[in-house]
Design a protein around this ligand. Structure first.
Ligand code: SF4
Ligand code: SF4
Length: 119
């Protein structure tokens, strides 16, 4: 007990090591891999991001031009961003805010008509 006393006093008197998150949020790091967003007008619904995602949290429906992500399953690895051939996927340097309910990121683009070459 007496051996620990100096440590207890030191910790009691020193500045706290943690923040009152989410009330106190630290400045984001410049290249932090944070929340995912999709510039849907650039997306061609190829599904490459969904196939590469290790968390399987992306769903793409080419027929209906929809892109969906479950941000609560995302591990912010950035593989989908590196995979996207259209550079439509990006990551902010901030993280998803805490929430009481699970919400999906759902985006709808335009169904692209096939050109003669694609048919
Ligand atoms: S990889 Fe890029 S272009 Fe392909 S579906 Fe995903 S976001 Fe869209
Ligand atoms: S950042 Fe990683 S886990 Fe999150 S959606 Fe992209 S590939 Fe999946």
């Amino acid at each position: 007990m007496f051996k620990m006393t100096p440590t207890i006093i030191k910790n009691f008197l020193s500045k706290r090591a943690t923040r009152y998150y989410p009330y106190e949020v630290r400045e984001p790091f410049k290249d932090a891999r944070g929340e995912l967003y999709n510039e849907i007008e650039k997306c061609n619904f190829c599904s490459a991001c969904a196939l590469k995602c290790p968390s399987q949290c992306i769903t793409v429906d080419k027929k209906n031009a929809t892109w969906e992500c479950d941000p609560f399953a995302c591990v912010y690895c950035g593989i989908c961003v590196d995979t996207c051939p259209k550079d439509s996927l990006q990551q902010k340097n901030t993280y998803r805010k805490p929430a009481l309910e699970r919400q999906l990121i759902q985006m709808k683009g335009e169904v692209k008509k096939k050109t003669d070459k694609e048919e």
